[in-house]
Ligand binder design. Sequence first.
Ligand SMILES: *[C@@H]1O[C@H](CO)[C@@H](O)[C@H](O)[C@H]1NC(C)=O
Ligand SMILES: *[C@@H]1O[C@H](CO)[C@@H](O)[C@H](O)[C@H]1NC(C)=O
Ligand SMILES: *[C@@H]1O[C@H](CO)[C@@H](O)[C@H](O)[C@H]1NC(C)=O
Ligand SMILES: *[C@@H]1O[C@H](CO)[C@@H](O)[C@H](O)[C@H]1NC(C)=O
Ligand SMILES: *[C@@H]1O[C@H](CO)[C@@H](O)[C@H](O)[C@H]1NC(C)=O
Ligand SMILES: *[C@@H]1O[C@H](CO)[C@@H](O)[C@H](O)[C@H]1NC(C)=O
Ligand SMILES: *[C@@H]1O[C@H](CO)[C@@H](O)[C@H](O)[C@H]1NC(C)=O
Length: 606
Amino acid sequence: MNGLLYILIAVGSLFCNVAVAIDKSCPFNPVDIVFVLDGSGSEGAANFNKQLMFVENITEQFEIGEDHTRVSLVTFGTGSHNEFYLNQYYNKTQLLSQIAKAHYPNGETNTHYAINFVRTNTLTAMHGAERNVTKLVIVLTDGRSLEPSALQYSVKELKKNPLVTTIAVGIGGSVDPQELLMIAKDANHTFQVSSFDALNTIQGEVTDTACNACNNIFSDVCFVLDSSGSEGAINFHKQLEFVNIVVNEFSFEDGAQTRVCLVTFANNAHTELHLRNSINKETIMSNVLKVPWSNGETMTNKGLDNARNELHRSIGSKVVIVLTDGRSTEPDLTQRSSEHLHRTGIETFVVGIGNNVDRNELRVIASDRDHVFNVGTFDQLPQIHQDIVDKICATAKRITTSTSTTTTTTTLPPTTTKAACGLKPADIVFVLDSSDSEGADNFKTEVDFVYDFAAQFSIGANNVQFSVVTFSSDIRNDFFFNKHHHRHTVLQAIRNIQYMGQGTNTSGALNFVRTQSLLPLHGARTNSSKFVIVITDGRSDNQNQTKLEANLLHKQAQVISVGIGPAVDRAELANIASNHHVVTVNSFALLKTIKRQLTDLACESG
Ligand SMILES: *[C@@H]1O[C@H](CO)[C@@H](O)[C@H](O)[C@H]1NC(C)=O
Ligand SMILES: *[C@@H]1O[C@H](CO)[C@@H](O)[C@H](O)[C@H]1NC(C)=O
Ligand SMILES: *[C@@H]1O[C@H](CO)[C@@H](O)[C@H](O)[C@H]1NC(C)=O
Ligand SMILES: *[C@@H]1O[C@H](CO)[C@@H](O)[C@H](O)[C@H]1NC(C)=O
Ligand SMILES: *[C@@H]1O[C@H](CO)[C@@H](O)[C@H](O)[C@H]1NC(C)=O
Ligand SMILES: *[C@@H]1O[C@H](CO)[C@@H](O)[C@H](O)[C@H]1NC(C)=O
Ligand SMILES: *[C@@H]1O[C@H](CO)[C@@H](O)[C@H](O)[C@H]1NC(C)=O
């Protein structure tokens, strides 16, 4: 069991970019969750209440709402009992208090009644299950079902709904592991704990499993690179670097959720990297850099054909990204090949580099107008990678959503996410002013901003890590880099940051970041870019000391200062920042407008 849990933790949960995805990331992605709780006589009311606490704790991790996650609770003993349906409580506070109030049914263990009830009552449009979102049915039990064969039948019926993912949690020594396995989607969706008191130990894993379930995105991305004579080896290499910057934004966990292929074209096309060889990110990236420049004509059509052949058998989202600096030698054939790609359901992006491209031709190659990008020079390629990645993420989501009711494939849990900005992992510390001048409401806006900012990234040991320090007169460490290991727990921790009030001890905060937050002991990595983002609305209590501390900090991290409102001292913001990385906004409400700017700043200075 421990080994399995370990794998689950390692697989983690990485999610698509919130800024562009149709829905927010899991657990901020909408899902329907149905908890099915054993309330049989073997439990006793005290243990039943521990289950309720477990349900509350899991529910707590999700964004609740009509358009977000909906929750229903069913209990069973001799019969089954609906506590509330999916469409009854869209307010988290109310929902949590309803869970706490659920009554203990007592009686036999007629698990099959509960499963039937879920299928025929809970998961109906009338009761709030009308959305095309994953339906997680989480069954908790401490015993064996009274009628195993009836249970087997009802589970089979329930699983016919392709949107349903079942998770089974067995508590104590009386459960039947085979029965848990039969209820659950597979072994990875089965959990067992020795006692009710041990429930809290698996809460994180259950949430992660739940999240993976709503994230079944396959993305196969094929790069098609112009390798003709007009490019030259140096510029060709810049294209390869661009490929790596994009590749680095995706996750390649066990099971290779994202796969990559690379085709070059000149007189002929060569498939340099095959999808089937997408082992892991490091291997892909090092192989990309070895791809040679060919020199020759611009037979774009041949490159497109190779990509189509490569993606022929892909399931899920299929993406081609074409880079070219000129006109194709055979425009008619290029048009024909492009149309063929589009008909095959391949989303085709095209990046035109320099002035020699034919804009009409770019438009013909691309799936639509939004899939065309232009840059003036090869050096500007990195600037557009974010937009492309955003669009691929959005595409992958769309395709998954639209096919999810028809596919019944045995899916790995693939994800398409932004892993980092640029090529390096980043450690980012937020330093938040929580002084009197802010007020609790403005501070909340500040925290919301940090949340939205952090939600853009995949968070983890190889990607982006966050830490937050809040200050007023005192300095408070909200969390170090190594406190939370999953995206949703980081976001949850940000949500929980409380207002302080009182003075503006900026120097103390900067000192704390330098002497504590950025230590390897607290999770800072040697292989990362370090950023400190200081957000303040006023001037520090001790400007000389602040300047002194800022200068010391500059030696360890890029510091970006964000000033909000009219009371900021621009000279001081400049002192705090390294390399003039100062961003100001007129009011707290406008903070959200600088998210992109700040993201770019953090990414570029790496
Ligand atoms: C949810 O309910 C609580 C208590 O009933 C209330 O204070 C809060 O404003 C509600 N939240 C929303 C978003 O409606
Ligand atoms: C769910 O999918 C069905 C069939 O594909 C479609 O008719 C319906 O509009 C979708 N509903 C939502 C809420 O997306
Ligand atoms: C469970 O997860 C592991 C690790 O991701 C994977 O290798 C294995 O195939 C999964 N098992 C099933 C039955 O899906
Ligand atoms: C629920 O969360 C609380 C607070 O984090 C924790 O003390 C408790 O052990 C958790 N209980 C369960 C059953 O998960
Ligand atoms: C600022 O914080 C530092 C570090 O915690 C502390 O030593 C110092 O006394 C504080 N200054 C004020 C004015 O509170
Ligand atoms: C960066 O270092 C951490 C440990 O400090 C390690 O776990 C991680 O794999 C490294 N990442 C890369 C991309 O080298
Ligand atoms: C701060 O520094 C300035 C210039 O170095 C000096 O004139 C001033 O007295 C200092 N202020 C304090 C409070 O130490």
